[in-house]
Design a binder for this molecule. Structure first.
Ligand SMILES: Cc1ncc(COP(=O)(O)O)c(C=O)c1O
Length: 408
């Protein structure tokens, strides 16, 4: 048996060992981290709904009225009226016929992709897609063609090679570690031309982009063209769980074929009720989305003025690219000492050599504290000799070169 201590040791030696940090109290723009107050600049609680009184109250009331657990999977005895209500609201919100809840975004991606692409077919995945998409591709047993980030020419070439085996194109809407947007218009055209489904993961777009926070697909006016939209309830909506929005037939298919739906306990009533409350808040307070976008623009602008090496973000996710894992963690620890928490992100979450602080903004941050944070990072960046953005090597240019599918 391999010695786990040796494997951990090896992670340590490469600067890649992770450790859990401990937050006390509720999530918010400022938290107690390992007992010290810090400004939180790495949470996905983008709209500040995770600790909103109305959302908390909805969860508490639902627990008293319907109990804490659903007791079984949806297909056995766990399908409750609340689930159906949230699914209807989500479908309406996203402009689709139907939606289906999953236990988490990870499960939604893994289950939906594995159901929609099968052995003998080809699924096309952006090289910077989230790990849950990568794992969904693996689970599907379809061949995976990984196209260079947002490179629709590369994708188009792969689609031509795959011919009629092309089953699914899948992309993040907002890329989780870079904060840039997928070229949805072109992806939709390619999907149409090659008679292939298109799936967009809106984990970081829902609540952050588009009319009323409806996401990147709605922002691009492409709801008719995108076959499946995945979203999570655990980020801007401040809860937990996830959903797939699609046409009725596709949702019916997922009910039967998405194993992470079929073989998993239904989402708990308090969380479902909390998500309904979050959606209502989003509808009645759309200015939260505007506030998030304004805060994000302010942070990006001051970081750029500070001459820091930023990725190509246009959203609330702002990557400060450092390069090596060790230097990234050094910057992270120095910022923490000064009361700023921005977690370092290292491989395998991001490509080798592109470790970073993934800064995320919330609507509940005050502009002045974001400016102070950016200036603090500017000073620390100078201490560590960080200059303007270094070119980030594409992972496809190294030994992870994608296999090319052959047409049948
Ligand atoms: C793009 C993307 N998709 C899916 C997920 C997974 O969502 P969840 O946290 O609900 O499992 C994440 C979360 O990190 C993500 O960033």
């Amino acid at each position: 048996m391999t010695d786990l201590a040796d494997r951990l040791e090896e992670l340590d030696s490469r600067g890649l060992r992770r450790r859990l940090r401990l937050i006390s109290g509720p999530q918010g723009p400022r938290v107690l981290l390992d007992g010290r107050p810090v400004l939180l600049l790495c949470s996905n609680n983008y709209l500040g709904l995770a600790d909103h009184p109305r959302v908390r109250q909805a969860a508490a009331e639902a627990a008293m009225r319907w109990g804490v657990g659903a007791g079984s999977s949806r297909l056995i005895s766990g399908n409750m009226k609340l689930h159906r209500r949230l699914e209807q609201r989500l479908a309406e919100f996203k402009g689709y016929e139907a939606s289906l809840l999953f236990g988490s975004g990870y499960l939604a991606n893994a289950g939906a992709i594995a159901a929609l692409a099968r052995r003998g077919e080809v699924v096309f995945s952006d090289e910077l897609n989230h790990a849950s998409i990568i794992d969904g591709c693996r689970l599907s047993r379809a061949e995976t063609f990984i196209y260079r980030h947002a490179d629709t020419e590369h994708l188009s070439w792969g689609l031509r090679k795959a011919g009629r085996r092309a089953a699914l194109i899948v992309t993040d809407g907002v890329f989780s570690m870079d904060g840039d947007l997928a070229p949805l218009e072109e992806l939709a055209q390619l999907a149409r031309r090659h008679d292939c489904r298109l799936m967009v993961d809106e984990a970081h777009a829902t609540g952050a982009l588009g009319p009323g926070g409806r996401g990147s697909v709605a922002a691009a006016g492409l709801s008719e063209e995108v076959d499946v939209v995945i979203g999570t309830l655990g980020k801007a909506l401040g809860c937990y769980g996830a959903y797939a929005c699609a046409g009725r037939e596709l949702v019916e298919y997922l009910v039967n074929m998405a194993r992470s739906f079929v073989f998993s306990t239904a989402p708990p009533p308090p969380i479902v009720a909390a998500a309904i409350a979050s959606l209502e808040l989003l509808a009645s307070h759309p200015h939260r989305v505007e506030r998030l976008q304004a805060n994000a623009a302010a942070l990006r602008a001051v970081l750029a003025e500070e001459g820091l090496p930023l990725g190509p973000s246009t959203t609330q996710i702002v990557p400060l690219i450092v390069g090596s894992a060790a230097r990234t963690m050094e910057l992270c620890e120095r910022a923490l000492e000064r009361g700023l928490f921005a977690q370092g992100i290292r491989p395998p979450t991001v490509p080798e050599g592109s470790s970073r602080l993934r800064l995320t903004v919330m609507a509940t941050h005050r502009a002045a504290e974001l400016v102070r944070a950016a200036k603090l990072l500017g000073g620390l960046g100078r201490e560590l000799g960080l200059g303007a953005a270094p070119p980030v090597a594409s992972p496809l240019e190294d030994d992870r070169l994608a296999g090319l599918p052959e047409a049948a």
